[in-house]
Design a protein. Structure first.
Length: 304
C-alpha cells in the first residue's frame, strides 16, 4: 500500500522564531551591543538600537537560510531533529523566503539608517554563514568551523563601525577574538555529539581525524586565543580592567582545555570535561566582552 505524503502543518510565530536560532542570537546580539558600547564616540540611542536590531535580523535570516538548506541533515541528527523543518511544522519554501526577507531587510535598513559600511559588512556576514559556511565548507572539509568561524565574528565589528564609521585595529581584533574562540568552543561540542555528525556525513574534525587530533587542536587554538584576547590591551585600545579580565579568563579557558586535550577516547556519556569546557567557553565570551564595556565606561568616568 502506498504511504500518504507527509504534509507540513501550518507554522505559527514560534516556528519562525525558532528558525532564527534564538540561543545563538543571544550571543550575537550581546557581542554586537558590546562592540557598539565600547567604540569611541557616541551614537544616537535610536540609531544604536536600529544597528543592533539589524544585526539580530541578519543573524536570524542567515540562520533560517541555514536550516532551509540543511533540513534533511537536521532530520537525521538527534540534536536538531525537533527543529521546525525536520518536524514537518513548516514548508521549506516558507523558511527560505523568511530568511531572504530578514537578510535583505537587515542590510537595507542598516545602510539607510546607520551607514553603508556597516551594512556592507553585515551583508558579508550573512553570505559568509548562509553560503560559504553552510553550502560550501560544512559538507566538504573538517576545517569547516575554522574557516567558517568568521561568520559569527562580525557582530562586534559591525557594532563598532556603526559608531565610528571606519575599520580600525580594534574592531578587527574583536573579530579575531571570536574567530579564534570558535574552534575550541565548537569542537568541545562536536566531541560529545560526533555520532550525530557521522550519521549524516558531515566531516567534523572528530569524525574525520578522530578524537585525539581534535583534542590537541582544541588545546592549540586555546593557546593561540590568549595573545589575541589580550591584544586590545597590549595595543592601548583598552585599560587595565579589560587586560586583567582577558588574562584571567583566557588562562581559565586554558586550564579547562588541558583535561580535554590529554584524555583518551571515552564514552559519550562520560564527557564531563568536554561539556565543562563547552559551557565555560560561552561564559568566557560573555565575560570578556562585558569587561570590554566596563573598561570603556570606567575610563570615560575617570575611574582608571
Amino acid at each position: 500500500m502506498t504511504q500518504p505524503a507527509t504534509i507540513a502543518m501550518p507554522a505559527d510565530w514560534r516556528d519562525f522564531f525558532a528558525l532564527t536560532k534564538p540561543r545563538v542570537m543571544t550571543l550575537v546580539i550581546f557581542t554586537g551591543i558590546c562592540g557598539l558600547l565600547a567604540a569611541p564616540g557616541t551614537i544616537h540611542p535610536v540609531i544604536g538600537f536600529t544597528a543592533i536590531l539589524c544585526i539580530a535580523l541578519g543573524a536570524g535570516g542567515s540562520a533560517a537560510l541555514n536550516q532551509w538548506w540543511e533540513a534533511d541533515i537536521d532530520a537525521g541528527m538527534k540534536r536538531t531533529s525537533k527543529r521546525p523543518l525536520p518536524s514537518q511544522r513548516m514548508q521549506k519554501t516558507d523558511a527560505r523566503d523568511f530568511g531572504i526577507l530578514l537578510s535583505a531587510a537587515s542590510v537595507v535598513v542598516m545602510g539607510v539608517a546607520v551607514g553603508w559600511l556597516a551594512a556592507a559588512i553585515l551583508a558579508v556576514a550573512i553570505v559568509y554563514y548562509a553560503v560559504i559556511y553552510t553550502i560550501w565548507l560544512k559538507p566538504r572539509t573538517p576545517q569547516n568551523i575554522v574557516i567558517g568561524g568568521g561568520a559569527g565574528a562580525f557582530p562586534p565589528m559591525i557594532g563598532w563601525i556603526a559608531v565610528t564609521g571606519e575599520v580600525t585595529a580594534m574592531p578587527v581584533l574583536l573579530f579575531a577574538i571570536i574567530f579564534m574562540w570558535t574552534p575550541p568552543h565548537f569542537w568541545a561540542l562536536a566531541l560529545f555529539v560526533k555520532t550525530d555528525y557521522a550519521k549524516v556525513g558531515i566531516p567534523m574534525l572528530p569524525v574525520v581525524a578522530g578524537e585525539r587530533a581534535t583534542r590537541r587542536q582544541i588545546l592549540a587554538y586555546t593557546i593561540l586565543l590568549i595573545p589575541v584576547a589580550v591584544a586590545p590591551w597590549l595595543i592601548g585600545g583598552t585599560g587595565a580592567i579589560y587586560g586583567v579580565a582577558s588574562l584571567a579568563l583566557s588562562f581559565a579557558f586554558l586550564a579547562l582545555s588541558f583535561p580535554v586535550a590529554f584524555r583518551q577516547s571515552v564514552a559519550q556519556d562520560t564527557m564531563k570535561p568536554e561539556k565543562r569546557l563547552f559551557g565555560f567557553s560561552i561564559l568566557y565570551l560573555f565575560a570578556l566582552f562585558a569587561a570590554l564595556v566596563v573598561d570603556r565606561y570606567a575610563a570615560s568616568y575617570g575611574l582608571i
